[in-house]
Ligand binder design. Structure first.
Ligand SMILES: [Mg+2]
Length: 225
């Protein structure tokens, strides 16, 4: 390891992997089973929203009122149940270019790796399991920790310190994400962010969002060496 960065916080969807709609379809299956309704959660949510927010907004929009605690618990359970199936059955599921070689190489060079994602914690691990990527990440901040991405980023940072038993300066953290929201949240949490134009946003979108560094894919060198 060289340079000032030590702890890298990776977004999942669009940064490490593409599940090609597995998350969206799992919500649809859950609504269909529980309410016999055809629900496309993409109508009620934006990229970068956390899972609980997506579920609550979609429920409220289609049922006409917010879910009770009991209803929401059942919805989340059915959604997680179907997510295992939709991730495994997704024909478009793939690991993004560069990721399979980058992650072991970062570990080999002494970096510590965490996750920052709007997924519920269990959903994050289900999505990463299919490609055996869970092994690289020893901590994270998840959509089940806060509706605010900047807050869950700070939670990930604190967990990194807990796992490694040492103080880690914000300067030593670097977030890696594919959306303007990832960049904004990293800056609000006081850390730098690499924007990777590997999914829906272009390099110029990510530059406009004030990414500290922009890469076209994770095949290009991260600014940590
Ligand atoms: Mg993403």
């Amino acid at each position: 390891m060289s340079g000032s960065k030590k702890a890298l916080l990776f977004d999942i969807d669009g940064t490490l992997i593409i599940t090609d709609g597995a998350g969206t379809i799992s919500w649809s299956f859950a609504f269909k089973e529980l309410y016999q309704l055809d629900v496309d959660i993409e109508k009620y949510s934006d990229t970068g929203m956390t899972d609980p927010e997506v579920g609550r907004r979609s429920f409220t929009a289609v049922i006409g009122r917010p879910p009770t605690t009991e209803e929401f618990s059942k919805l989340l359970e059915r959604r997680m149940h179907y997510l295992v199936q939709t991730v495994n059955e997704s024909t478009g599921y793939h690991v993004l270019p560069g990721v399979q070689t980058l992650l072991p190489s970062l570990i080999e060079h002494g970096f510590i790796l965490g996750l920052v994602t709007g997924n519920l914690e269990a959903a994050a691990h289900v999505k990463l399991h299919r490609s055996n990527l869970n092994q690289y990440f020893s901590f994270g901040g998840y959509g089940s920790d806060s509706p605010e991405r900047s807050v869950l980023t700070k939670i990930a940072m604190a967990r990194g310190e807990t796992v490694y038993g040492e103080k880690i300066s914000p300067d030593a953290f670097l977030a890696i994400g594919d959306t303007p929201n990832d960049i904004i949240a990293a800056h609000q949490a006081g850390i730098q962010c690499v924007g990777v134009a590997s999914h829906k946003y272009t390099a110029s979108d990510l530059k406009d969002a004030n990414a500290d560094f922009v890469l076209n894919s994770l095949e290009e060198a991260l600014p940590v060496w």
